[in-house]
Design a protein around this ligand. Sequence first.
Ligand SMILES: Cc1cc2nc3c(=O)[nH]c(=O)nc-3n(C[C@H](O)[C@H](O)[C@H](O)COP(=O)(O)OP(=O)(O)OC[C@H]3O[C@@H](n4cnc5c(N)ncnc54)[C@H](O)[C@@H]3O)c2cc1C
Length: 593
Amino acid sequence: MSQTTTVEVPDIGDFKDVEIIEVLVQPGSTIAPEDPLITLESDKATIDVPAPQAGTVKSVHVKTGQRVSQGDPILELEAGAEAADSEASPAPAEDTEAASAEPAGAARASSTPAPQAAADPNTDSQCQVLVLGSGPGGYTAAFRAADLGLDVVMVERYPQIGGVCLNVGCIPSKALLHAGEVLHEAERFAALGIKFGEPEIDLDGLRGYKDKTVKKLTGGLKQLAKQRKVRVVQGVGEFTGAHSIAVEGDDGREVIGFEHAIISVGSQAVKLPGFPWDDHRVMDSTDALDLADIPERMLVVGGGIIGLEMACVYESLGTKVTVVELSDTLMPGADRDIVRPFEKRAKKRFENIFLKSKVAGAEATEQGIVCRFEGEAKGLPEEDTFDRVLVAVGRSPNGAKINAEAAGVQVSERGFIEVDSQQRTNVGHIFAIGDVVGQPMLAHKATHEGKVAAEVIAGHKVHFDARAIPSVAYTHPEVAWMGVTEEQAKADGIEYTRGVFPWAASGRAIALGAEDGMTKLLFDAEGRVIGAGLVGPSAGDLIGEAMLALEMGAEMEDIGLTVHPHPTLSETVAFAAEAAHGSITDILPPKKG
Ligand SMILES: Cc1cc2nc3c(=O)[nH]c(=O)nc-3n(C[C@H](O)[C@H](O)[C@H](O)COP(=O)(O)OP(=O)(O)OC[C@H]3O[C@@H](n4cnc5c(N)ncnc54)[C@H](O)[C@@H]3O)c2cc1C
């Protein structure tokens, strides 16, 4: 049976009381979804209002010259099977209800289609999707949208695309951590019968290797953008309206109109007050990755992942590193047992680790940066002088720096942009992804959110539905965890079974000198994986298997019965499952009871 619906003027951003300059349909017209119904013209733009669905126009409520606002009825539409079907290139989704696979938790966009901006005389160019920021979230969204047939512009303030991750984050830090690990290995091999001479560190060479690694990737991205016909515009972008962004670059100002935007402007290091930031010896992670020199003594403020990774880099190059952390543990968020092997090694290799302590003030002097300490750590000095200080106490989102209010996008006081599970902001045609939408601030979260945003815009019925997001500290040794931690399970009263395999019983780990490693899996009452923690070389790679098990709803028997290659570290995942199951033979099965 056919059904008649009233089509209303949709949310048209900051337009109100806008003139209809053309009515494009009449009673009896058969229309396809997205067919233009009326054309509106304001002093800012000309906008076609598209049909939300196929059908036959029964009656038209408006006429040319009439002024309308959001919610005014346009026409009565009878939905029918005979209605024309649209088949052209992917029609961008404008309707949260239509595009949503399941009710997306906080979906709050209007259920009427957002208007498609027709060429705005005030813009210099136009696109279907504008991606603001080219980090892992941004470039993934841009590339996916382009692959789905959409016309995409990506705006980036820096000449190199790739964002924090590629340029001053994940990639350069891992290049340096790898070099550091090789230095450690070379040192360790002296006891195994292979002796190398004292390492000679050519800092320019090391920096060159790191830069080359970054360049290879950013160059590859540039190529991929070109091949996909994603136009990259360099400059700082700011919203000027609900459908336009102005980009200020070296070549001048360009105002780009868009139908949809994806905000992926990421985050920046928190500059803790009280430090003499104008002194080059006080660094954030970006400065630390520059490797200006190898300081004799360095203080790392913050015992989270980024601080500890950089601490490992500098320690392996010969710096005496002190870490000061406000909480009572390093790597807050991970279970103590999987952090312990790292802590043990760090205690030996770092000059000092001060927990439950903070820097109360810092001053630049000729001798160095004098830091005053306060806290409960044993042996904490009142003050100490360091050649360099790295402040790594977290990152703050860039949401408040893009004039989002011009588009009506809400930004929290801290600079985060709230989104629903389809990555939609409070403005239906504007999406946000990555660090700017919240924790955890990790590249793999950003990329997955980027794909969701692009696919929703292209009309796919998807939403972001990850059961867990893994965390990895690429320290020496690596520490990785995902899902429910044991400490969280205990605190929340979650019933669980624990399967632990100590790497001291793994032939491969012994051969690698990684006997202090450990694999731990947590299972719920039905025996399904709910969490995992690993410590040891390649823990970050191994956590991928536990993630797959979690997403697939794997049970302990599934993992234990999966034949893993021997001798590998991946076996330890299967052994941990067998330990929980009680069928382990490589160690004694844990006592039941
Ligand atoms: C030292 C370090 C190590 C890290 N290691 C890891 C790791 O190993 N694994 C991991 O998962 N994560 C890691 N991270 C975190 C990771 O880098 C971020 O989570 C990730 O880059 C976020 O991606 P994004 O796309 O949200 O934003 P970003 O990568 O921050 O990219 C945002 C981009 O937007 C641009 N931009 C901002 N505002 C504007 C504007 N107005 N106009 C134009 N362009 C703009 C910025 O220049 C930037 O290029 C690390 C971070 C740091 C600092």
